[in-house]
Design a protein around this ligand. Structure first.
Ligand code: ADP
Ligand code: ADP
Length: 222
């Protein structure tokens, strides 16, 4: 099954008197293990697609299928559970908890899920090693560079082994060299573990390293 399937997705926003058509019939399949970039000018609908695929927002029309599971008709509690178990999120500004250490930030989703402490320690150590941050586990985020912080955020997004990771401009606050490294880490993780990544970017240099690039214009795929 696809990690994510969107069929005939429409989304409008009401802004005062104006009706904004953010998505006009989007069809999209994200395959397991695929690194997929969404490009397009500001306002073309990238974030709206990520929010709908991430079960943060609902479409006005169309079908969303996440890891083979149709989302239509699920209530907010059921969607929250699917989001927690099947999805990872990475943000432009990392969204790390500043008072927690690197290891505590990565551990947090496992803690919330009630995973036993000894297993959590083992998995956090493995995941930090996988993103090259083992020696920083006791540091707080403000002691790290931007690229290291984003690697912590990636480790946190991957710690529950989601089938799909959603990232809105994950490299926008990084310099070009660091952005490339972070993207390569996502690509390696996708190809090694079969997690799919879908992310929005403005940076054409990054899209070359993706498996597929989808260009949006005015709420439609070009
Ligand atoms: P992108 O991520 O490509 O910049 P968005 O998906 O954020 O595009 O936006 C698509 C369109 O929907 C834009 O015209 C934007 O202004 C509009 N939009 C997005 N979110 C809202 C909202 N909450 N209320 C009103 N309009 C919105
Ligand atoms: P084991 O079966 O010995 O736990 P895995 O291949 O599952 O080995 O994991 C090896 C490393 O890869 C660990 O750091 C683990 O957390 C990480 N890992 C496993 N699956 C995924 C995944 N889907 N996404 C990201 N990292 C993963």
């Amino acid at each position: 099954a696809s990690a994510l399937q969107l069929r005939g997705i429409h989304k409008t926003y009401q802004l005062g008197e104006h009706r904004i058509h953010a998505l006009r019939g989007v069809d999209l399949d994200v395959a397991p293990g695929e690194l997929l970039a969404l490009t397009g000018p500001s306002g073309s609908g990238k974030s709206t697609i990520l929010n709908i695929g991430g079960l943060i927002d609902t479409p006005d029309a169309g079908e969303v299928v996440l890891n083979g599971r149709a989302i239509a008709g699920l209530d907010e509690t059921q969607r929250t559970l699917l989001r927690r178990d099947g999805l990872g999120f990475i943000f432009q500004n990392f969204n790390l908890v500043p008072v927690m250490t690197v290891a505590e930030n990565v551990d947090y989703p496992l803690f919330l899920a009630g995973v036993p402490a000894s297993e959590r320690r083992r998995r956090v150590a493995e995941q930090l090693a996988a993103v090259g941050l083992a020696e920083h586990e006791k540091h707080r985020p403000d002691a790290l560079s931007g690229g290291q912080r984003q690697r912590v955020a990636i480790a946190r997004a991957l710690i529950k082994h989601p089938r799909l990771v959603i990232a809105d401009e994950p490299t926008a606050s990084l310099d070009s060299h660091t952005a490339t490294q972070v993207l390569d880490l996502m690509r390696d993780s996708a190809h090694t573990h079969g997690a799919a990544f879908i992310f929005a970017t403005h940076d054409e240099r990054l899209t070359r390293r993706c498996d597929r690039v989808i260009n949006l214009l005015d709420g439609s795929i070009q």
